[in-house]
Design a binder for this molecule. Sequence first.
Ligand code: GLN
Length: 492
Amino acid sequence: MTDLHRLSIRELSEGLKQAQFSSRELTEHYLKRIAHIDPKVKSYVTVTAEQALAEADAADAALKAGHAHALAGIPLAHKDIFCTQGIKTTAGSKMLDNFISPYDATVVAKAKAAGLVTLGKVNMDEFAMGSTSENSYFGATSNPWALDRVPGGSSGGSAAAVAADLAPIATGTDTGGSIRQPASFCGLTGLKPTYGRVSRFGMIAYASSLDQGGPMARSAADCAYLMNVIAGHDSKDSTSVNKDVDDYVAKLNGTAVKGLRIGIPKQYFNVAGLDADVKARVEESLKKLEEMGAILVEIDLNMTEAYVPTYYLIAPAEASSNLSRYDGVRYGYRCDNPKDILDLYKRSRSEGFGAEVQRRILIGTYALSAGYYDAYYVKAQKVRRLIQQDFLKAFENVDVIAAPSAPTTAYKIGANLSPNEMYLGDIYTLAVNLAGLPAINAPVGFDKDSLPVGLQLIGNYWSESQLLSIVHQYQQNTDWHTKRAAIAEENA
Ligand code: GLN
């Protein structure tokens, strides 16, 4: 079998159940692809071949005994932000280059319990701060569609691994767009769930009131399978919500689009910097949804201009607090020959953190300092509330809201945008995290350079099933999600 990597999660699940192939064969197939193709893509920080094969054998035994979970024996890659017991977890940072967690993140534990096979840990921007994955201490990852381009970030390794068929599914995290934007840049489907739906326990913190884990895959159906495994209440995460979880797979249906009211925010389609091809593809996808029975409704989201400044105050403020734990004392990087305790703190942190992380710690510390707390941090919290209210008002009149996931397609590695230019690229994704809403990216075509374009659909709280069903139905009527990058066509 040379084309196991072409199968959907449902096909993999059925093939394993019917013993058309074993989990060991499937896992070996992926490990071989990683060995041959990943040197060009550089999506993996750590490949856990030996452990993966042991997990595959265990899954094969469970499958044989007939008591296996639907996903038993299917491989996946974890963003290197999820703690994995006994396996290095770096968060893309020199600070954690030698960090081996003594426990599993809940997402990892749930994946293990379901019998999923961990192929390894994939690259990301340092501490999830960035939009290109270039901020990783371990170097840049390439976009499988054009190796000289970025895969997006911060979950760029997850996106690149799936887009190059080096994993059938991957976990990602989204604090301000880090699932949706790399999914958009790499032609994938990625879901950012409602805040509190997926446990943050063992997920290395960036900005805790915004961070949320979720699935990245080729299709909405594949995302639904992974959501069934990772979603749910967790008493180890105090902001995890105790609310029934849908069976996201069973709820996928072909009737989500008919009569669906899709809000089109006027302000979103006049943003300076919105690429003409991105705009055209997104509009075409909305036309397609209209043909399928959706009703397009123009709406106002008046707070649009406040998204970038509000997020880039709150996220760094929370980051400056979360990252204060890396002091060189208990774990993580420690500088050589410290003179005294102050020198230990200072040099461990300035040598262990990269430039972007240091920039955010400085901004956040400033915004939280005694003289500026009210003027910046408290003000940003008030604006955050107004942004949320803007969405709630819109949802009185529409079911979902459409937007691009990013104003551009993937740009060149080393384009070296200024921090402000980079932050403006997050204009369409940040507000969803500030409001705690769920949103999904779906591939909807290509630009003039054959790079993928993504449509984002934002839902009301707990509408994950609905978002997955809308995209599922769209994908049953179009074939954008089936397109493969040339490198994914290579056989190992
Ligand atoms: N690009 C945004 C940032 O740099 C979002 C990152 C994320 O969602 N983790 O903060």
